[in-house]
Design a protein around this ligand. Structure first.
Ligand SMILES: [Zn+2]
Length: 438
């Protein structure tokens, strides 16, 4: 008979709760007590004959210490499992072995204050996006108790669930800022490795440096590396170098999101400079260029006639040399490049745009944009062949930010990593049922 692990997440009433444990044939329920909201389940496990681990002689029960564990919540409040354990002692008088306490990982792992089924339930809850504090509240126990269990079982699940990584043919590298709660306040950067086809996070690395990311990549199985056809990235030379060295056969694809936001930043820089030149101060509420700052960053197709006319007339007022207007056209042209389906047509378009950008008549900010596009030209154009982007990773990064906001207590990277991977890594939760932590 085995513990019905598949049921551990749906136990709602005491009958089921009892049955799951009674299912272990050597477990006896001694008492089930309910005082107000507090429920205590008292059990004793009676194993068969026990022998001394060092001399092999018969062992006998010396004491029955009662150890309490936090068990699953019943009727919305936590249940305590009081386990009458057996402290064994060797019958051989000459034996040097002291006494030892019998344990059973199916009921509770060593050094874990939660029962096994409660630990797995808590891991799943956190994987569904609840905070450790919420789960700790529901179980009426300490934050650390839940966090330790989630780390232990989460880590074991991710290690056992290797299948989730074996289907990837396109990955993305992306940086996220990660602020340590203790010590210095400046942000540390983490690298998210994502499967950009299946929209799941594969790994989080505590660095964005070439050596660290390349070492991780190198450590992956050759079969995994050979399967990767595309590597998405922002315009980071470090990530480009990682791909070139560790996945030389994969095509690198610059993410559209990053290219368009670079153009938006250039446009905004032009606007701010022209505004200062015209008025001698930073943007104020009534300044024409300040009033169009948001409209400029919107897609042209989203503007109705009224908005288009307003943009035109405000630019006429605030942008006499037409520098903002021409930067706006560049940004829109870049968006046209992404809207084009045919790879060759798109490439020609981008080549023309880039030559236009680097001409001396253009605002310096746009010339700089043109040079960046030139540097990354092929990898930007690869988007039209690969049709993959880091955009899903961006979405996942938003999830990460959400977890960071709600999940206080990210004192170290290990907590952060496990929680993100449980939440956005799409682990196979069925595997959790068979995870054994002794
Ligand atoms: Zn002995």
């Amino acid at each position: 008979m085995r513990l019905k692990t598949e049921n551990t997440f749906v136990l709602v009433n005491h009958t089921e709760i009892l049955e799951a444990l009674v299912g272990l044939k050597d477990v006896q329920v001694l008492a089930y007590e309910r005082r107000g909201p507090e429920v205590t389940l008292v059990i004793e496990q009676t194993p068969g004959e026990v022998f001394c681990p060092s001399c092999g002689s018969r062992a006998h029960v010396k004491e029955r210490p009662v150890v309490s564990y936090v068990d699953l919540p019943v009727y919305g409040s936590a249940m305590t499992l009081s386990w009458k354990k057996h402290r064994m002692c060797c019958v051989n008088r000459g034996c040097v072995t002291g006494s030892w306490v019998l344990s059973d990982h199916r009921i509770a792992a060593k050094n874990c204050l939660l029962t096994t089924r409660a630990a797995k339930w808590a891991t799943r809850q956190v994987g569904d996006g609840r905070t450790v504090s919420e789960v700790a509240d529901e179980l009426s126990c300490d934050w650390h108790t839940v966090n330790d269990a989630v780390l232990t079982y989460g880590e074991a699940l991710l290690a056992a669930d290797r299948k989730r990584l074996s289907v990837t043919t396109a990955i993305g590298l992306d940086e996220t800022s990660f602020v340590k709660h203790t010590g210095h306040a400046h942000p540390h950067y983490a690298t998210t490795v994502a499967d950009v086809q299946n929209h799941q996070i594969i790994e989080i690395l505590p660095s964005r440096n070439y050596v660290d990311v390349a070492s991780w990549m190198n450590a992956q199985p050759p079969s995994w590396k050979e399967r990767i056809d595309y590597g998405a990235l922002d315009m980071s030379p470090a990530y480009a170098a990682v791909y070139s060295v560790t996945l030389p056969k994969a095509s690198q694809v610059v993410d559209p999101f990053h290219v368009v936001s670079l153009a938006n930043r250039a446009l905004d820089a032009v606007r701010r400079r022209v505004q200062r030149d015209q008025l001698g101060h930073r943007g104020r509420r009534d300044d024409p260029l300040y009033r169009v700052r948001r409209v400029l960053l919107m897609g042209e197709e989203k503007l109705d006639d009224k908005a288009t006319e307003r943009l035109r007339s405000l630019l006429e007022l605030g942008d006499p040399e037409g520098e903002v207007a021409i930067s706006y056209r560049v940004k829109e042209r870049l968006r046209d490049f992404y809207a084009t389906r045919d790879p060759d047509e798109a490439k020609t378009m981008l080549r023309e745009l880039l030559e236009h950008c680097v001409s001396r008549a253009m605002p310096p900010e746009i010339q700089k944009l043109g040079k960046t596009i030139e540097t990354w030209f092929d990898k930007i154009c690869n988007f039209h062949v690969a049709r993959i982007s880091n955009a899903p990773t961006e979405a996942l990064n938003n999830l990460i930010k959400r977890i960071k906001r709600v999940g206080f207590g990210f004192r170290n990277f290990a907590n952060y990593r496990i929680r993100v991977l449980l939440y956005a890594g799409k682990p196979n939760w069925r595997v959790l049922g068979s995870i054994v932590v002794r």
